[in-house]
Design a protein around this ligand. Sequence first.
Ligand SMILES: Cc1ncc(COP(=O)(O)O)c(C=O)c1O
Length: 448
Amino acid sequence: MNITKCIKAVERDRKVIADSSRISYYPLVISSIDGATIEDIDGNKYIDLLSSAGALNVGGSNSRVKEAIIEQLSKFIHYTPAYSYHEPMIRLAEKLIEITPGNYSKKVAFGLSGSDANDGIIKFARAYTGRSSIITFIGAYHGSTYGSMTMSAITPKMRRKIGPFVPDIHSFMYPNCYRCNFGKSEDCCNLECLEQIKEAFKNYIPIDEVAAIIIEPIQGDGGIIVPPKKYIKKLYELCIKNKILFVSEEVQQGFGRTGKWFGIDNFDVIPDAVILGKSIASGMPLSAIVAREEIMQSLEAPAHAFTTAANPVCCCAALSTIEIISEKGFLEHVNKIGNLVKEYFNKIKDAYEIIGDVRGLGLSIGVELVTDRIKKEKDIQAASKICYRCYEKGVVLITLNGNVLRIQPPLNITEKEMSKALEIIKSSIDDYLGGRIADDVLKLVKGW
Ligand SMILES: Cc1ncc(COP(=O)(O)O)c(C=O)c1O
């Protein structure tokens, strides 16, 4: 594998790009993308199991999305929706209202990133309810603006030196059945993780001052953690009973990622609001808050307005992305390939003590690596080395929470590509177990 040009480009990058914006894994310098195949500037090809952090659900170079972009570009690039109107934005808002859960009157506010949409929901929730407390979860990543950072609780690295943060935002344990924080197993679980929130409401957060609970339907960057259905149902009931808004944060899990349109569709509850980003426009900068009309009407302009929000080129990319995901068989394919991945790892698990847990919905899958199954000690070194060896052998994936292999390919990845990628992961695990991956790699793979 020759990566001479990539290494040179990375050296130049290091001189001009701030460290704060990159989590280092390997020197992948992209030159082009075709379906689920990435080519680097040295001509090496990789199967993409990351899809730009879940932002390319229909692929990084989808010809239909590109056509939609070019068609709009030939008309005009942008004109701010703060002072004018354009058709693509209106059409997209109508479409989002149609496809998001909830058969009630809704409105949409557009932004440019998942982060700003998460900031926005703090504002709307507070304005609508007249309450200030916001409940979020440990392990969550919601973004990099002040509000979304405050809602995040994933690593102290992102908080050091920049406080104080937005007040009255409280993070609680996310339900993690593989590593239950309360030492329970499924047969004796009494949803202690929900009880801790109730205890907090009893003891120090007045429940009638709680505006919203903001939860990812699968905790993505925390390690692809799937909560039990009964937890989400009970949390939802708690919200309804106490007039707390239930917000599904779909930035990573939305747009077909979990094999359903939205992650929360797997849990049979209807949120008051959904937060959308990443794949909404196939990686073009766009985000949206879609919520009950009365919530969205609680703020006056310009309380949540951005000059370059709802860019018409991005809106056309989004409309095209939605059209592709809506097609017959698309979500079935996601579930089929997702099941294939889980079956593969569950099958090899017997022979590989290092695989502690395999979990996920659709094509949002995490494979957790441990030093031994009983102690469940995280094998961060293994995950980092395997991740690097995968890159060397032609598969792009990253680690989450130190020891979880993140498997989130473009949703239209073929069975053949996925099977090849799985074989490469397995042979990389073999290389690790055989001591064939040098320690030097650990200097490069910094990870989350
Ligand atoms: C669940 C979730 N929410 C929000 C964000 C932030 O989105 P963005 O990076 O577009 O601001 C991310 C990004 O990783 C995410 O995974």
